[in-house]
Write a protein that binds this ligand. Structure first.
Ligand code: F6R
Length: 588
């Protein structure tokens, strides 16, 4: 969940690191820090808050040195304090480390090292890494050997980078169940948790696998296995379009990404026909199909599950990745496991896939990040092609997943959607033109504390998605539920003025959904209708174009994304960086 970038260059490294750090800030933003190596000394500047604040208060881009590392934190062990911010130097200042992940046995290691005289400056699990490696380095005097020895003592999940005060121009990085990528530029090399961190400097990336150790100098890199043997790693050319992570004229990335969705649907449909065919064939030929994902990706996966069971008449399940453990006994060699993820680095999803694989399942994936761990561990990968999503809330990636899910379902049932993307794109553009109306509603309702979102059938995952967006962006309690469930309990919570968003599709359960809305209205609820058909029960109404059941969820979700966005801005929240969250949830 933390963002890492480290680099060795023949130029001053700090400004390069600060720019890279801003690009991975979506991964965590509790605190930030930079360390550089200059004249045999490691200097560390760090503080709580965002990268911009660190730059303003500590002028980190002016730090001297051509070897350095930078980190943006999402706190796990230890509060949000300057002492707990990374980088962490060892007590003698000989080693510094940045880390993304969790060291499970850190207390045991800390006790052991403290007994040897090591003094700790933070409450973090990460700091022990610096001390463990410093301890080993004092004995073996070789950075690679010291790191090899050090990581053998660590239990947990990590992507980490180390530098040594007496080794200018050298960085060592390694990973276990957390992403780490080498950027191989001209006379400079990087280690980062995401290609985005160094894409403005180089488009040549080398994706490290678990338990590989990389040694970087400005001129080259070498990769070793756990036994110290050298491993050949080819470089991949990554798309330059990734470098386009500016907000353009939009106030926030989230708003920009919401507005990109007319293009998202077109790009999502640019799939290699052979791959799509193989994906669909694997599903059709499987004895059981299980979909797995987390958060918004789970809602998109649920839509695919609904189509497969309804239209292809397949028995299939959708399981939250974090709950996969209770389900895995039903997975075997005749199962196809379909994982949905934007980042491809969500720890719960990777764990579910690992469990599925161990039980013999074939793994198919729809993912946005092409070089991600999930993409690399899957048998067939369909890319979402929606470009980098910087806003922490999933918006365009959800839409891309629904679109790719539709293509999968269409291929399974033998239906063609070839003519659709332009039409859907135009319909999305029409919905986006309702932004002003949604903003007015958000303004009127911005001080309400509880929202409910209801829908039926294939629209229910949209209600869940709308509630999730509102919670994470506006910090408002929200629940998404099937309209039919209200009378089984939730109705007791409805009071005068309780806002209820009613998603009612004219082609599926419209009358019964409207009846539920009337029951709510009779108890004082203020109904916000999202529908292709007007009804007097709607106190506020967002009219969306009519579309079939597979496309309607996309048109319905856009006003809900906008509602959450404007509720957030009305409430003075930063929609791009919601509190306590991070985009890539790489811890379990
Ligand atoms: C919600 C959101 C999260 C992610 C979830 C899964 O707006 O962004 O709920 O959907 O963390 O992330 P990925 O799709 O990267 O696996």
């Amino acid at each position: 969940m933390c963002g890492i970038i480290a680099g060795v260059s023949d130029e001053e490294i700090a400004p390069i690191l600060v720019e890279g750090l801003r690009r991975v800030e979506y991964r965590g933003y509790d605190s930030a820090g930079v360390a550089t190596l200059h004249d045999g000394m490691i200097e560390v500047r760090k503080d709580v808050g965002r990268v911009g604040e660190l730059e303003d208060s500590h002028h980190v881009s002016g730090m001297k040195g051509k070897t350095g590392m930078a980190h943006t934190r999402w706190a796990t062990h230890g509060g949000v304090t300057t002492a707990n911010a990374h980088p962490h130097p060892s007590c003698h200042g000989e080693v510094a480390v940045i880390h993304n992940g969790i060291i499970e046995n850190y207390l045991e290691l800390k006790d052991r090292l403290a007994a040897k005289g090591h003094v700790f400056a933070s409450e973090t699990d990460t700091e022990v890494i610096a001390h463990v490696v410093e301890d080993a380095y004092a004995e073996v005097h070789d950075p690679i050997k010291a790191v090899l020895r050090g990581i053998k003592a660590l239990k947990g999940q990590y992507a980490l980078v180390l530098m040594f005060s007496d080794r200018p121009g050298l960085l060592i990085g390694t990973r276990n169940d957390a992403p780490l990528v080498i950027g191989a530029g001209k006379r400079e090399r990087f280690l980062a948790s995401d290609v985005l961190a160094f894409i403005s400097r180089t488009d040549r990336a080398v994706f490290l696998d678990n338990n590989e150790i990389a040694e970087l100098t400005p001129d080259g890199f070498r990769v070793f296995d756990l036994h110290g043997g050298q491993v050949k790693k080819p470089a991949t050319q990554v798309a330059w379009e990734l470098s386009d992570v500016s907000k353009l004229d939009y106030a926030h990335f989230t708003l920009k990404e919401i507005h990109e969705q007319p293009e998202t649907v077109i790009r999502a449909m640019m799939q290699e026909p052979k791959k799509l065919e193989a994906f669909a064939e694997a599903i059709t030929g499987a004895k059981s199909v299980v979909l797995t994902a987390s958060g918004s990706s789970y809602h998109a996966a649920t839509l695919l599950k609904n189509r497969l069971s309804k239209e292809a008449r397949m028995r299939c399940d959708v399981v939250l990745s974090g709950e996969f453990e209770g389900y895995e006994h039903l997975v075997d060699g005749d199962t196809v496991l379909v994982a949905f993820s934007q980042s491809g680095e969500t720890a719960d999803v990777l764990e579910a896939v690992k469990k599925g694989r161990e039980r013999g399942a074939k793994v198919l994936t729809a993912v946005n990040a092409a070089g991600s761990s999930l993409a690399r561990e899957s048998d067939i990968v369909l890319l979402l092609n929606c470009g980098p999503e910087v806003g922490v809330a999933a918006t365009k990636s959800f839409t891309a997943q629904v679109m790719v899910g539709n293509m999968i379902a269409d291929a399974v049932v033998g239906q063609s959607t070839a003519r659709e993307p332009k039409k859907v794109s135009a319909q999305i553009a029409d919905v986006l033109r309702l932004e002003g109306r949604v903003r007015e509603i958000a303004r009127e309702l911005s001080n309400r504390t509880d929202f409910y979102f209801i829908a039926r059938g294939s629209h229910y995952p949209v209600a869940q998605e709308g509630a999730l967006k509102l919670k994470e962006l506006a910090y408002v309690h929200a629940e998404g539920m099937p309209a039919s469930e209200l009378k089984h309990g939730t109705l007791a919570l409805i009071e005068k003025g309780t806002p209820v968003v009613v998603i009612a599709n004219s082609q599926e359960g419209f009358d019964s959904t409207v009846s539920n809305a009337m029951e709510l209205q009779a108890r004082g609820a203020e109904i916000i209708g999202i529908s292709d058909r007007v009804n007097p029960v709607f106190r506020h109404f967002i009219e969306i174009p009519s579309a079939n059941a597979s496309v309607a969820p996309i048109l319905e979700v856009i006003p809900l994304q906008l509602l959450a966005y404007f509720m957030a801005t009305e409430r003075k929240n930063d929609p791009d960086y919601p509190r306590n969250l991070a985009k890539s949830v790489t811890v379990k």
